[in-house]
Design a protein around this ligand. Structure first.
Ligand code: GLA
Length: 653
């Protein structure tokens, strides 16, 4: 059980570091992540290493019984590096070369950066690979930077040669016949840069794939050096999710020993709990099992524009939410709130107020709870669901492009909405990755939001799923284009038309805020389509506007098509009814409002996000996993509180 967070002793005098270990023991901290941004302290001048301070930190933590997740510091090269290698500073699409002064100012394709990163990683590996405190290596921090410089251009061209083989093939794949873009020499190709009008979508999409692979190459170089020092220490890097991040985490997952995820919900309301559930389920999908929450904010939620202090109990409920969904613990950014630096007000287990503070007191209680749960969780597999939602990073990237039919298209929002509908219905949900050939056979039901890119193998996977009796709910903007973002012809969604039994001849995007009624009482926003049925039956029709009387939601056997941008209530109603037909039950029948129930094997986590005490009926009696006391056919969960019940159901592995 990992419980702790990012720890930056280099920011503090030794007496504070001594006090830190005592406080960590008080809070039951089991592990801390050290060294994430410590490059200029570890290598103050090129080739001169100063490890004494880190030796003392690791020895002190070891003596205190705290394990170390040791990071390589390569996300923040020191000033000496950029002064010596200005060509390794990143260049934006507008041609602006960024300067030092923040973090992540490097070009991952610059040979000097890669050399320097390998050097420091190699030194750390040689010195600490067998340190008794070392529990895990943490390579870099949140890979995701973007650079459009000439060095990147060279690497991009190499990647394109591998992918396409010949220029003819690339010209075909990128549809360069449009706007006279036909390339006759590889040297003519650059990363997408500021240009006169719309860029070529296939060019942009391939660049994002390239960036993902390029950063993966940089990660693997460090991983292999560290592995050589001690093959028994697991190695990971912390994944971060965001529309700007060109990392295909599902593809990266096989290169890490455990998927580690940073997650910062951005809604102050119940959206934070819905996002926590979403992130936990997605991380478990990436990892194909256990994963680790590497960072979250202990006591703040960063809403856009305001830091919202978490209400009492929320740190605990969020942390247990991740653990219930398969995380091997809960780690935070950060242990101690810094006095200065760019993130001086970011949240911490030990805030500016010191340990005499609500957050530290809650951390102490949480540490005790996790210590009691740890041995029980060790026996259990991560949860496994019967319902899954699809995820595809390249579809997200393609739908961020310019020239699409509506500015309101939002891949992440569509996936979250599908997940939210299941979450609100109390149905456990996995994520699957059709582009990677995920095994769908154990699912009864799959929801497909905005799976825009659907090459033939993806269509075949979903077709087979339906043919073998699976219940499939496909949302609009799915099955539209191939891997090179070329649209399938003959009516949308060309790749899925046969098994959906529909043919879409026109899209009718809808202005923001304009509601469209369907004849089953559902309301839709943002999107509508002219749908012809070619075998499917109509479940609901548009009730107003130019499409009045036309099909809006259809089904063809067990394959549903949702052409309209249903609102949350509409999605929830539809998915509940499909789930019922597919024989999928929620974790609890009729739970009280705002009561989240997650089952991880024999443990039932009950998290009360509401402001009122909840009386929760249980399917069978059991014991309280924290106190060991017996519980009957119902339990009380106090407002903002939690219970973990062991009631003996076998893990649905
Ligand atoms: C990320 C980074 C941390 C820190 C936090 C703050 O997760 O990894 O270094 O910047 O965000 O939100």
């Amino acid at each position: 059980m990992f419980f702790g967070g990012d720890y930056n002793p280099e920011q503090w005098p030794e007496e504070v570091q001594e006090a830190d270990v005592a406080l960590m023991r008080e809070a039951g901290v089991t592990a801390v992540t050290v060294g994430v941004f410590a490059w200029s302290h570890l290598e103050p001048v090129e080739g001169r290493y100063e490890f004494d301070w880190l030796d003392r930190v690791l020895d002190r933590l070891h003596a205190g019984g705290v394990k170390v997740v040791l990071a390589t510091p390569t996300a923040s090269p020191p000033p000496w590096f950029t002064a010596a290698h200005p060509e390794a500073l990143p260049v934006t699409a507008d041609g602006v070369r960024l300067t030092h002064g923040s973090r992540d100012t490097y070009c991952v394709s610059a040979p000097a950066y890669r050399d320097a990163a390998r050097n420091i990683a190699g030194e750390l590996g040689r010195r600490y690979a067998r340190h008794p405190a070392l529990a895990m290596w943490h390579v870099h921090n949140e890979y995701g930077t973007d650079c459009r410089c000439d060095l990147t251009a060279e690497a991009f061209r190499g990647w394109l040669r591998e992918r396409h083989g010949t220029l003819d093939a690339l010209n075909e794949a990128w549809t360069t016949a449009f706007w006279s873009q036909r390339y006759t020499d590889w040297a003519q190709i650059t990363p997408p840069r500021a240009t006169q009008y719309l860029p070529n979508p296939a060019h942009v999409l391939d660049f994002r794939r390239f960036l993902s692979d390029e950063m993966l190459g940089a990660y693997r170089e460090q991983r292999d050096l560290l592995r050589a020092g001690n093959p028994d220490v697991p190695i990971t890097t912390n994944f971060v999710q965001g529309g700007w991040v060109s990392v295909d985490h599902a593809r990266w997952a096989e290169s890490v020993d455990v998927v580690a995820v940073d997650h910062y919900p951005d809604s102050a309301g119940i959206g934070a709990e819905e996002e926590t559930a979403f992130a936990g389920d997605l991380a478990r999908g990436w990892g194909g099992g256990p994963w680790l929450l590497m960072e979250t904010a202990p006591n703040l939620i960063y809403t856009r524009g305001r830091m919202h202090a978490k209400e009492p109990g929320r740190l605990t409920r969020h942390s247990l939410g991740y653990v219930a969904r398969g995380s091997a613990g809960a780690m935070y950014f950060q242990w101690r709130q810094p006095r200065g630096g760019a993130e001086l007000f970011h949240s911490a287990l030990v805030p500016h107020a010191g340990p005499d503070s609500p957050v530290f007191r809650e951390a102490v209680r949480l540490g005790r709870t996790l210590a009691v749960l740890a041995p029980q969780l060790a026996e259990l597999a991560p949860p496994a669901a019967e319902v899954a939602v699809t995820w595809d990073a390249p579809s997200w990237w393609a739908l961020q492009g310019a020239g699409l039919p509506s500015a309101g298209i939002d891949y992440l929002a569509a996936v979250r909405q599908a997940h939210r509908a299941l979450f609100r219905s109390g149905i456990m949900t996995d994520f699957v990755f059709p582009a990677l050939g995920s095994d769908l056979s154990r699912y009864r039901m799959i929801v497909v939001p905005h799976l825009y890119l659907a090459p033939p193998e993806v269509a075949a996977l979903l077709r087979d799923f339906v043919a073998s009796g699976g219940h499939l709910v496909v949302g609009h903007l799915s099955g539209i284009a191939d891997a090179c973002a070329r649209v399938g012809l003959g009516g949308y969604p060309a790749a899925f038309r046969d098994f959906l039994g529909v043919r879409v001849t026109e899209w009718h995007p809808v202005d923001p805020g304009v509601a469209i009624a369907l004849d089953d009482g559902t309301t839709a926003f943002g999107w509508s389509e002219r749908v012809e049925t070619t075998g499917a039956t109509v479940v609901a029709r548009y009730a107003e506007g130019v499409l009045a009387g036309e099909p809006a939601v259809t089904r063809n056997g067990t394959a549903w098509y949702v052409s309209a941008g249903l609102d949350d209530a509409g999605w929830q109603r539809l998915l509940r009814s499909v789930a019922a037909e597919a024989g999928v039950a929620p974790v609890l029948e009729d739970p009280p409002p705002q009561l989240e129930a997650v089952r991880r094997g024999a443990l039932l986590f009950l998290l009360n996000h509401g402001a009122a005490e909840a009386v929760v009926p249980l399917p069978e009696p059991g014991t309280d996993a924290i106190t060991g006391n017996p519980v009957g056919r119902s339990v009380i969960v106090e407002a903002g509180g939690f219970r973990v019940i062991r009631n003996g159901q076998a893990a649905p592995v």
